[in-house]
Unconditional design. Structure first.
Length: 682
């Protein structure tokens, strides 16, 4: 990252204390209402989990990916360290089937279809919400309807108490692995109807941590048992974000600008006694987006969204070694730069035919373009462009305790490629049906079921990547079915302040799965449609809350059982892994969050468990087993006031029992780390 960037961020931090300060009472401390992870009441026909409020704030998590681990049915693929790639998979359907929405608009990556959640901080997050299927409402964009599962990242909106017009929060984090993270958030009330926010954070760390590397031979004897230091996991990153928020008659609008700049190591796998590599990744991500919603009449509502995004990625792979003190380059090299552009528009119309019957029509238009500069590559790059149009027609109907929601999504994709006359157009129509029923009046017990068909377009890498892509690939199709219930125990003067349980069983069937298959040359692979995967599982979420005088206790527990088996045939023959559990799918997983709040003190304990699974070496044999892992995290927080300042100090212990584990085989994770946070609010 350039020195000018570093100077700018410290300029922001240094000047913060001199910004206008709003007066508050010396002893006043703002107490936020506790919000817990739970499914919503009957209006939410579709399984939903939410982290928000203090519970989200108190988690010992570094980024969005860390927090999403606490949702039932999710698996985070973490390639280790602060700079490593972090992606999310829901119900083992694949990362490409998860739509991640940032303040209502999807985060896209037409190049490889993957959203790196490690880039998104929790500092500015108001809530994280995950739906299996889609939202229970029909007043949403066509892209919302088109995803198999959706995750919504909602950032904080300015809230001003009393006559205050300015909110300012300064935060500083440091960790035991040479990590610094200053940040600030400034909110300003511009008028009764318009407010703004500006936030920024800077992260720098050498990313080095000790780990234990142990491997066994096929006969079970010990092959390796080494303690080493993880290298090339450093990161230097800057995030700057600004938003405008306004109110209009029977409506609202907002606009946001986001910029992220990072220089990080891309740590490779620990194999064959190789503990260091030369992979580097440089990212510049920018987007500007806007949203408008208006209630035109009692029966008609309208919303519009727009976005422009630009992403730059520079990836360098240089394997080096030292021979007699000289640096020698070895192995395959690459030095590639990729430039993505995205333009997106969405319009949603909803009309209430009767008080219990609504219909909506959504139209989305999107343009994606990918350019590349590939040093040392003599083959021609395709420079693809993609035009996507999505139209959704949806309706919801309520009759007593029954709610029915149906949608139909049509997608048309047209592509242009420089060195092909014309890539084939693709048109698909996919339906979905959701049912919710409350059988007993006066009891918050809800039954639900849904069926949804989804498809995903091959990414630019799948289609056009040099010596790998195949422009004849078909979309990947999936059917998803769900049956479940939610029960919220009526609470009053009893022991519980809150008690709810949510259980869902599901089945998935994926056809025309896009996989990589070898050709006659093992150094050349091609993308092809040969795979079929069938999955099933059970997810459960339990939430409890109680209090003893001033002591408030909250517990959130999840458990997931999942099977996802490969039924792929190649040329009509069963492959060797036919019927095996697909890689990195644990049969059992779960999490727990226990939170205790007493006056200005807060104590938080969180636990994550991931059971036995198999690595990416295809077959379910002993040598490919990846052992279970679990982590325990603790945090203690104290809030107090000094003059006009509200101060909060936090101490966190991550992986408290120093377990050595891997989320992805050969990518070791950090052991025990300590984190210290201090924040000052005006």
């Amino acid at each position: 990252m350039h020195n000018t960037t570093k100077t700018l961020v410290f300029f922001f931090i240094v000047l913060i204390p001199f910004l206008p300060q709003a007066q508050v009472k010396k002893d006043s401390l703002r107490v936020l209402k506790e919000v817990i992870l739970k499914s919503k009441p009957y209006q939410e026909v579709i399984p939903v989990q939410t982290l928000s409020g203090k519970l989200l704030e108190n988690l010992a998590s570094h980024n969005v990916a860390d927090a999403l681990r606490y949702f039932a049915g999710t698996q985070i693929k973490d390639y280790g360290g602060l700079g490593g790639l972090k992606t999310v998979d829901v119900r083992n359907m694949g990362t490409h089937h998860v739509g991640v929405f940032y303040d209502g608009i999807q985060l896209g990556n037409a190049q490889n279809g993957v959203t790196d959640l490690g880039k998104y901080s929790l500092d500015d997050m108001e809530s994280l919400t995950m739906y299996n299927g889609q939202k229970s409402e029909i007043f949403q964009s066509a892209k919302d309807f088109a995803a198999a599962s959706t995750i919504y990242l909602r950032t904080k909106r300015p809230v001003f108490e009393g006559t205050k017009k300015t909110n300012l929060l300064v935060r500083y984090k440091t960790m035991s692995i040479n990590y610094i993270n200053p940040s600030f958030r400034w909110e300003q009330k511009l008028s009764d109807k318009v407010s703004m926010s500006v936030s920024s954070e800077y992260i720098k760390s050498n990313g080095q941590y000790k780990y234990r590397y142990t491997r066994n031979n096929q006969d079970g004897s010990l092959a390796y048992d080494t303690t080493a230091t993880r290298m090339n996991s450093d990161i230097e990153a800057l995030r700057v974000e600004s938003g405008l928020y306004g109110k209009i008659n029977k409506g609202s609008w907002d606009a946001k600008v986001y910029y992220y700049d990072s220089d990080r190591g891309a740590p490779g796998a620990i194999v064959a006694n190789k503990f260091k590599d030369g992979f580097r990744q440089y990212d510049k991500n920018f987007f500007a987006q806007a949203f408008l919603v208006k209630e035109v009449s009692e029966k008609y509502k309208f919303q519009a969204r727009a976005k422009y995004g630009y992403d730059y990625t520079h990836y360098v792979a240089r394997d080096t070694t030292k021979i007699l003190g000289e640096t020698v380059t070895e192995g395959a090299q690459s030095d590639d730069s990729y430039y993505q552009q995205e333009i997106y528009f969405s319009a949603v119309n909803m009309y209430s035919i009767t008080p219990t019957w609504d219909v909506s029509l959504s139209t989305d238009l999107q343009y994606n373009r990918l350019n590349a500069t590939r040093k040392g590559i003599q083959t021609l790059f395709s420079y693809p462009q993609r035009y996507t149009a999505l139209v959704s027609l949806a309706s919801s109907y309520r009759l007593g305790g029954l709610k029915v929601l149906g949608s139909l999504v049509g997608t048309h994709v047209q592509e242009e490629v420089r060195y092909n006359a014309k890539a084939p157009d693709k048109t698909e129509v996919t339906p979905a049906l959701f049912l919710g029923y409350t059988p007993f009046k006066g009891h918050d017990f809800n039954l639900r079921a849904f069926a949804k068909r989804i498809f995903r377009m091959p990414t630019f890498n799948d289609l056009y990547y040099t010596m790998v892509g195949s422009s004849t690939l078909r979309p990947e199709y999936m059917n998803q079915y769900d049956l479940g219930f939610t029960y919220n125990l009526p609470v009053g003067k009893g022991f519980f302040d809150a008690f709810s349980i949510q259980v869902d069983g599901y089945y998935t069937n994926t056809k025309d799965k896009i996989v990589a298959a070898p050709t006659g040359n093992l150094f050349r692979w091609m993308m092809t449609n040969i795979g079929q995967v069938k999955g099933k599982g059970v997810e459960s979420v339990l939430n409890m809350g109680t209090h003893f005088n001033k002591l408030n206790l909250v517990a959130n527990l999840t458990y997931t059982y999942s099977e996802s088996r490969d039924y792929t045939k190649f040329a009509g023959l069963e492959i060797s892994s036919y019927g095996d559990q697909i890689p990195y799918t644990p049969w059992h997983s779960g999490s727990g969050i226990l939170n205790a709040n007493y006056e200005s003190w807060n104590f938080n304990y969180s636990y994550i468990y991931v059971g036995k699974r198999f690595n990416g070496n295809v077959n379910n044999i002993k040598v490919n087993e990846v052992q279970p892992w679990y982590t325990h995290d603790f945090s203690v927080q104290k809030a107090f006031a000094v003059k006009n300042y509200k101060i909060k100090g936090t101490v966190e212990v991550n992986n408290a029992f120093n377990q050595h584990y891997e989320v992805i085989y050969n990518y070791p994770m950090p052991g025990r780390t300590f984190k210290f946070i201090i924040s000052i609010a005006l």
